[in-house]
Design a protein around this ligand. Sequence first.
Ligand SMILES: Cc1cc2nc3c(=O)[nH]c(=O)nc-3n(C[C@H](O)[C@H](O)[C@H](O)COP(=O)(O)O)c2cc1C
Length: 160
Amino acid sequence: MNTLDSRSFRNALGEFATGVAIVTTQVGDDDPIGITVNSFSSVSLDPPLVLWCLDKGSDRLEAFQTCAGFTINVLAATQQDLSNRLSRSGQPYLEGIPVTEGVNGCPYLSQSLAAFECEVYARHDAGDHIIMVGQVKAFQQPSAETPLIYHRGGYCELAS
Ligand SMILES: Cc1cc2nc3c(=O)[nH]c(=O)nc-3n(C[C@H](O)[C@H](O)[C@H](O)COP(=O)(O)O)c2cc1C
């Protein structure tokens, strides 16, 4: 049974500053989609594994439950609009966003700081989320700008 106050718990978790990424995928003949996440983490160097967590309530759930691969696109500070756009319910599509097809058949954002092209390695059930583990098959570093940072429920800039 959950005995924690969920608002306070979320506030405490928000003290952990993170980057922001868009995870993209493509299933069959469907249009490619993306979702904004800050749960991205590196896991293993050998084999090269990364993870992120997907809310089971997400409207992107079916796509990410059936996809064979996904790509983690790390956002730059200049890409806040993109982060907002791909965090909206019912608006997962990538129209108008410059992308390139990667080795895993998923699009990666042409302007991201880094893109990790993954095959699905494992999906783990974890409460109200699914832990998506990917094996990195290729990676890109298309630009070298400053990263987009998320802290206490909002965007902020790195101190210079
Ligand atoms: C900065 C930021 C980080 C987010 N991180 C995650 C995440 O790690 N996992 C997740 O499932 N949703 C995350 N979300 C929420 C999803 O982007 C959003 O819920 C989803 O795209 C669509 O909304 P829906 O849940 O109403 O379908 C994040 C949103 C923002 C703005």
